[in-house]
Design a protein around this ligand. Structure first.
Ligand code: ADP
Length: 171
């Protein structure tokens, strides 16, 4: 099941929140900063024990003061114009998050629009990738996982809605 909502990811009632992190896992701007500021210092401490995450990879931590049980940190690519393997790396982010969801038997997850903020990935293309990987995951999803895309701004929300209707209605 897929839902597209407008709002703030940190207030979602959801088992796992995906963080658009950076390689250092030390927190940063945008959604990363929002997640760390609500989760508290313990999240930063756990991230420090992990130390590093490669672009396209994903790691699981607890969620501390957030309402969720887990944060799945994934590092999206910085957009350098498209010739730097950006599309593949963003696909990998989604696949690796879904791998963790499968492994841990997580039943609900909220995603931000990874890489489309400070990292400047074009929203249209990033949304195509997010929804394509989601559709692939759902084909093999026996647990009926709930997937929520939390769009922070109106434009991202409209792009997700339009593309969702195109991609998922075609089947
Ligand atoms: P990146 O560095 O991967 O681009 P950003 O956090 O800068 O990550 O932006 C990713 C997306 O998350 C953008 O669409 C941004 O508007 C959005 N965003 C920022 N804060 C929040 C939040 N609290 N909840 C959900 N989305 C957010």
């Amino acid at each position: 099941m897929v839902e597209i909502v407008k709002g703030d990811i940190v207030i979602q009632e959801i088992e796992a929140i995906v963080n658009a992190a950076n390689n250092s896992l030390l927190g940063g701007a945008g959604v990363d900063g929002a997640i760390h500021s609500v989760a508290g210092k313990e999240l930063l401490a756990e991230c420090k024990t992990i130390g590093f995450c490669k672009t396209g990879q994903a790691v699981l931590t607890k969620a501390y003061k957030l309402k969720s049980d887990f944060v799945i940190h994934t590092v999206g690519p910085i957009w350098y114009g498209g010739g730097n393997n950006e599309e593949h790396l963003l696909s990998l982010c989604y696949r690796n998050v879904f791998n963790i969801i499968r492994e841990k038997n997580i039943k609900s997850v909220a995603f931000p629009a990874i890489s489309t903020g400070v990292y400047k990935f074009p929203v249209d293309l990033a949304t195509d990738i997010a929804l394509r990987e989601t559709r692939e995951f759902l084909k093999s999803n026996i647990n009926n996982v709930k997937i929520v895309f939390v769009c922070y701004d109106e434009n991202t929300y409209n792009v997700y809605l339009n593309k969702f209707n195109q991609l998922f209605r075609k089947g």
